[in-house]
Design a protein around this ligand. Structure first.
Ligand SMILES: Nc1ncnc2c1ncn2[C@@H]1O[C@H](COP(=O)(O)OP(=O)(O)OP(=O)(O)O)[C@@H](O)[C@H]1O
Ligand SMILES: [Mg+2]
Length: 209
């Protein structure tokens, strides 16, 4: 059975596409048949990124396709071990449809209260709409210090949700890698790759579990 992992958020620019691409990259490197379903048809971030990646000849190659709805993406799921849904921001109904279709819903968030409060409200809304809370997990992004990570982790745990092990620190090198068609686990800096991989592996560990 294929696993479906969805990246969602109401807030834009929190790292949905960043984590979707790294997850797909690491799953593909591990031999899984994986597809990114880019549901942000307006931006097509992952589609554009993959064109750059293919142009540059970066291995492993990753399959990315755009879909209008979660249902359309699910129709191809049988051909894969893992379907990664890269969701659009600012769309309550699409987010709910995506969350219902997924085995695991991951919401990236920054560490400030300005980010954490609406992020928690978003998961509360999904739970209220019938999505089981144990299918919802946060991923911490743009972290500055260990203390900041610990505080954000505690806040989200208090709210009753899981938080993936590991986090993404804020680094221009992550942007640069993605500008070049690489994932955040494929930067020129081994230490940054290792840190990003810790977050991604905690996601991959949940596939088939
Ligand atoms: N940890 C990080 N350090 C530096 N830059 C980052 C980090 N995470 C994400 N970015 C950059 O921030 C921008 C937004 O990230 P991304 O596209 O992954 O967010 P998104 O949630 O998919 O956005 P949208 O809501 O527009 O789809 C991108 O340019 C990305 O390279
Ligand atoms: Mg995106």
């Amino acid at each position: 059975m294929a696993s479906v992992i969805a990246l969602v958020s109401q807030k834009g620019g929190v790292g949905k596409s960043t984590i979707a691409r790294a997850l797909a990259r690491e799953a593909a490197a591990g031999g899984l048949r994986v597809k990114i379903a880019d549901l942000d048809v307006q931006q097509g971030t992952s589609i554009d990124w993959n064109r750059t990646r293919l142009d540059a000849g970066i291995e492993p190659t990753i399959s990315v396709e755009s879909f209008k709805t979660a249902a359309q993406a699910l129709a191809v799921v049988d051909h894969y071990d893992l379907l990664v849904i890269d969701g659009p921001a600012r769309t309550s109904q699409a987010t709910l449809d995506i969350a219902r279709a997924a085995d695991l819903v991951v919401q990236p968030t920054g560490a400030s209260l300005d980010d954490l409060r609406p992020a928690v409200r978003e998961f509360h809304a999904l739970v209220k709409a019938g999505v089981p809370a144990d299918r919802l997990s946060f991923a911490l992004n743009r972290i500055g210090t260990d203390a900041e990570e610990a505080d954000a982790r505690a806040y989200l745990a208090d709210a009753g949700y899981g938080v993936l092990a590991g986090c993404l620190v804020e680094r221009p090198a992550y942007r640069k890698a993605q500008n070049e068609g690489r994932a955040v686990t494929e930067t020129r800096y081994a230490a940054l790759n290792t840190r990003a991989d810790a977050l991604i592996q905690s996601l991959i560990d949940q596939i088939g579990g």
